[in-house]
Design a protein around this ligand. Structure first.
Ligand code: ZN
Ligand code: ZN
Length: 166
């Protein structure tokens, strides 16, 4: 949490704050992904305007875990940027001008970081861009463009489950 009131901002002021956020693991598609560095170093820029605050977030993270298609180790590096506006006008009738991450004087940097990290990730985390996944019959890794002839009668339930997820 970042206490915005402690920044003592006057309109026109800009502050750069550094907030350490624990790199908690992410659950994605039933798998667990580690997030490094731990803690994540989030830079929060707060700019005060006459009726509100402009909030900017920036951090870099590496997310590691199983490839969505073949379960081999995969890693994604993301540079995350996000911004929010929060009205400080007590008579503000429009909820849309209030940031979800501001509660009273507190900015929930931890939740903002987690949400924007998930948002910044690709749809599928892959060990390599052209990962062809696994043969649904024998569970062997498939190579794009390479022939794979298996008569594949024995269905391993683990792969069957994985296929259902895709
Ligand atoms: Zn893969
Ligand atoms: Zn096969």
């Amino acid at each position: 949490m970042l206490d915005l009131s402690s920044l003592r901002l006057a309109p026109g002021d800009v502050r750069d704050e550094r907030v350490d956020v624990p790199g908690q693991p992410l659950e994605l598609g039933g798998q667990t992904y580690t997030v490094t560095p731990d803690p994540l170093v989030a830079r929060v820029e707060v700019q005060a305007a006459s009726g509100g605050l402009y909030l900017k977030l920036a951090f870099a993270a590496r997310v590691e875990g199983p490839c969505f298609r073949c379960l081999e180790p995969a890693a994604v590096d993301v540079d995350v940027r996000a911004s929010e506006y929060h009205s400080t006008d007590p008579d503000e009738p429009d909820d849309e001008l209030l940031s979800d991450y501001v509660e009273g004087d507190l900015l929930d940097v931890e939740r903002w970081v987690r949400d924007s990290l998930v948002f910044a990730l690709p749809d599928k985390i892959l060990d390599r861009e052209d990962c062809a996944g696994l043969c649904p019959h024998c569970g062997e890794r498939l190579e794009l463009g390479a022939a794979h002839d298996c008569q594949g009668e024995q269905l391993d339930t683990r792969w069957e489950k994985l296929r259902d997820l895709l």
